[in-house]
Design a protein. Sequence first.
Length: 278
Amino acid sequence: MTAVALATACALIFGTADFFGGLATRRSRVLAVVVISQLGGLLLVLALLPLLPGRASTAAMLWGMGSGVAGAFGIVLFYRGLAAGTMSVVAPITAVTAMGVPVLFGLASGERPSPTALAGVGLGLLAVFLVSREPGGRAGRATFGPVAGALLSGAGFGGFFVMLKLAPDDAGMWPLVGARIASIALVAGLAFAVRRSLRPTPGSWRVTLAAGVLDMGANVLFLLAAQRGMLSLVAVLVSLYPASTLLLARYVLGERLSTVQVVGVGCALGAIALIAGS
């Protein structure tokens, strides 16, 4: 498969994983959902190692562990930002920053997408901003703390993508093993420090594990896409995942989409078409 096809499939699965993760957090504790889902993802990637073999070098594991730490910090800061600030401000800032970091890194490292692809990048940035807006929310004021937290959260997510890209090409899936080990240890340590239980509530196991398995499946597709294509384009396509989350919420849960979000979904489809046609 081409990098564009892999990245687009990754976005669809990431969005589905987030949908299941959202259902899980409605039923159980947030930190419990994060740890249990990531344990499920770790089991999946361990099972895939014989099918997608690679070399378990020190560099592969260190880049993977670095990406896991960055992603875990991104998640924690994102939830803190949502709790302390206005969702319609925090979510778009986080999403656009998460896309912008790998795009800027790719361009700075010498990647040169075509003008058509760059137009797709711009449209993708707009799409992520629009689909991340809270329905009915205003772009009102937010204090410095939540905005700074959103920027750092987005940088954490973006760092996750960049460090996986920097892992050796012959590493196979080993960077994802390192990423999961590091993120599970970090979040579990945080839960212990703040004395939060990691025991999921009854009835939440299946949806939590489904979220983790889907999330790891998306990570595998991202790593394969990043090994085959430019990070500045792959990251844009992957970052369009909120569009699929919104569509699932619309057709499964019956949630209504705002006009702004519908326009964002349209922009996402346009971005995919421009990048795929470049």
